[in-house]
Design a protein around this ligand. Structure first.
Ligand SMILES: [Zn+2]
Length: 247
């Protein structure tokens, strides 16, 4: 009798159990979808924050590399008139301050530990090249100058509705040994280099390759700071750099 009732019930509700399974399956799928959506949203936000933090410098590096490969030209046509300061002029900046030349880069790094020199690291305003003949170390005053230059250049870009392109620092403080090694490769390098004393740096103008408008804005900012007696600058066409000593 009971079997007959059960048989009749199942016949009259043939899809109840499968339907319940479908509902459960559907809820489970929905939960998985929501979880995936939350995870992917979180991941995208994380990537966006990372990109905002790193993008300007990484983009500038990639663009500079691309332009170098493509051999896109860059001109610093009036730089020899704007930036004529020779070595003896740069030496004037070291009359009252500067470090004594050190024999090795290791000795320079010791000055970092004592706080005499500070390490210059990539920022939104600028980035540093791999340096074989110098250490990315400067006196605090010279490191502060880089920020001032970045601010002034950023303002020029804003005034001219240009996107900001970070500038590239190719050399900072050298040791006596690294100057000797550099002289083998670079005829411009001199024995009594201002780079030995902590307030001199090289900024590549060729890294602006393909971004002539930004280079003009940068030159304008640097020229203003020179006229305000904040630095001496030498245009070095053979190395594609602007050789700068902070006053
Ligand atoms: Zn230099």
């Amino acid at each position: 009798m009971m079997r007959a009732i059960s048989f009749l019930y199942e016949c009259s509700h043939p899809k109840m159990i499968p339907k319940q399974n479908q509902i459960n399956q559907s809820m489970s799928n929905s939960l998985i979808k929501k979880t995936l959506l939350y995870c992917s949203s979180f991941f995208l936000v994380f990537i966006a924050v990372l990109a905002i933090e790193l993008l300007p410098v990484q983009f500038a590096k990639a663009t500079a590399l691309y332009n170098r490969v493509m051999k896109r030209d860059v001109r610093c046509s009036n730089c020899s008139q704007l930036f004529p300061d020779g070595t003896s002029t740069h030496e004037l900046a070291y009359r009252g301050e500067g470090i004594l030349p050190k024999q090795t880069l290791t000795a320079l790094r010791k000055l970092e530990r004592t706080g005499k020199l500070v390490r210059v690291q990539d920022k939104d305003y600028y980035y540093t090249a791999t340096m074989n003949y110098s250490a990315p170390l400067l006196l605090p005053k010279a490191a502060g100058f880089l920020d001032l230059l970045g601010q002034r250049y950023a303002q020029k870009c804003a005034d001219r509705s240009l996107s900001y392109v970070p500038f590239k620092i190719t050399s900072m403080t050298r040791s006596i040994e690294s100057v000797q090694a550099l002289q083998q490769e670079n005829k411009v390098a001199i024995k009594r280099s201002p780079h030995l004393k902590g307030k001199t740096m090289d900024i590549s103008y060729t890294a602006f390759s393909g971004q002539q408008a930004q280079l003009h804005a940068f030159i304008s900012a640097l020229s203003e700071l020179r006229q305000e007696k904040k630095c001496f600058v030498k245009y070095e066409e053979s190395t594609g750099c602007l050789h700068i000593t902070v006053r």
